[in-house]
Design a protein. Sequence first.
Lengths: 108, 114
Amino acid sequence: TQLLEQSPQFLSIQEGENLTVYCNSSSVFSSLQWYRQEPGEGPVLLVTVVTGGEVKKLKRLTFQFGDARKDSSLHITAAQPGDTGLYLCAGVNNDMRFGAGTRLTVKP
Amino acid sequence: KAGVTQTPRYLIKTRGQQVTLSCSPISGHRSVSWYQQTPGQGLQFLFEYFSETQRNKGNFPGRFSGRQFSNSRSEMNVSTLELGDSALYLCASSLGGAGVIGYTFGSGTRLTVV
């Protein structure tokens, strides 16, 4: 059983569409991080959220940390083919544990 | 600055053998964590080393071990390999832990056990 549940597992959309990826847990985290991984490479950090209710924006990506610091969401506006990849959330306490990931494909 | 370097990139081993993987963290980073990534289980935490001491450990059998040297380079060893150990092994480094700054990952070592 994963400590962090991500949904959906797979997402295939057309360029220009919006999407939201969810990361849920029954555990409270001191912080939560989002990574993106491309084939053959390690994950790359996108953002860290620390405060309950925090919202961070990174160009077309919006990240939100739940008020109780148990869940998070990633919203992408006007998705582009370059957004294709595996999106991973990771909860941090004494160590860092990952969700199973959402595999996003954006078709031109 | 140089990133996290993992060697080798690819490895094929036979069941029952042992293997050692290496990770050189970013200069100045003292924390190194190891993860196993498989299609079915995702990224699973193996262990974290900080200043040559194992600080945290995941739920893996004793066949999986690691160590960290005084220059922060780390190795992980898997003994008596099983087919299920086939995976991408990722190393991540940070200044002092996951914290707020996050990890920098290497490109991984893909281990295939036949």
